[in-house]
Design a protein around this ligand. Structure first.
Ligand code: BTN
Length: 287
């Protein structure tokens, strides 16, 4: 394979002021889960780039960041708009020694890390805004989605070859297409602040290292779930669960140690909802 990473790394990356690889790499000293950062000017999707690099032997802990994605992908086949300087479009490559069935929990680990990183920065900036998670992995500010996560993996014979966790954070965007503008927003639109990309990426790497270590201690979310449930926007609220087979409502009661959403249905039955092809909405809107 041609080395597309080097091909994309052009001189103007160095002077880019939203983020640059050197300042992020310098901040990664303590981050055992994120060891190396590769910034590219443009790619189709950082998830696709990470997959190609993983197939080519890239190591656990490599983080790919693109200034712009021409084919950014969201969950359920949706498009993810990723213009230059609009936000952070990045994917972390991991090669964890865990059961493939546990990989979906890493999405929750990443959501927790993204939410904590953003919460800490807003606190440092004395911004008074509510930053929460909408189950399973959307980060919301003032109930508007500012971050989404798409996790993919390759596993063979019950062994994970690699997991890639793609994270999109809308930082500076000021407008969204009609069809998503009721749901989507950016840190800038919700807080009036322009936060540096390097700062968010470094804070994410630090928080991810912490929560990933907690995950690896128990191989589940036992050590994280209390903190997650505290910032989960759905807790105690009515939610509508939609899958291809059925649709029902109930009250969300937080996640369990495997990241399933516990819901008490209107008839009193308790159910566990697994992330995947279900969508969870508030009764009257997105949350
Ligand atoms: C969602 O639908 O909520 C998930 C969105 C994930 C977007 C990120 S941006 C970086 C990475 N590359 C992609 O193509 N998608 C993810």
């Amino acid at each position: 394979m041609k080395n597309e990473v080097l091909e994309y790394m052009t001189a103007d990356m160095e002077t880019d002021d939203f983020y640059n690889a050197e300042s992020i790499q310098a901040a990664l000293k303590e981050c055992t889960a994120v060891k190396k950062v590769i910034c590219v000017k443009e790619c189709d999707s950082t998830n696709n780039l990470a997959k190609r690099c993983a197939e080519n032997g890239d190591k656990d802990g490599t983080l790919y960041v693109a200034q712009c994605q021409t084919g950014g992908r969201g969950r359920r086949g949706r498009q993810w708009i990723s213009p230059k300087d609009g936000g952070i479009w990045m994917t972390l490559l991991l090669r964890p020694d865990i059961n493939p069935a546990s990989a979906s929990m890493l999405t929750i680990v990443a959501a927790m890390a993204a939410a904590s990183a953003i919460k800490n920065i807003l606190k440092e900036e004395s911004v008074n805004a509510e930053c929460n998670i909408k189950w399973p992995n959307d980060v919301v500010i003032n109930k508007k989605k500012i971050c989404g996560i798409l996790t993919e993996m390759r596993a063979e014979y019950e062994k994970i070859q690699y997991v890639i966790i793609g994270i999109g954070i809308n930082v500076n965007m000021t407008e969204f297409p009609e069809e998503i503008k009721e749901i989507a927003s950016s840190i800038r639109m919700q807080t009036g602040k322009r936060v540096s990309g390097s700062r968010i990426i470094s804070a994410f790497a630090e928080e991810f290292t912490h929560y990933y270590q907690e995950f690896l201690k128990s191989m589940d979310l036992s050590n994280i779930k209390a903190e997650y449930n505290e910032i989960l926007i759905n807790t105690g609220k009515m939610v509508k669960i939609c899958s291809s087979e059925e649709e029902y409502t109930g009250t969300a009661a937080g996640i369990n140690s495997r990241g399933e959403l516990l819901v008490v249905k209107e008839d009193g039955t308790n159910i566990k909802v697994s992330a995947g092809e279900v969508s969870v909405r508030g009764l009257y809107g997105y949350v």
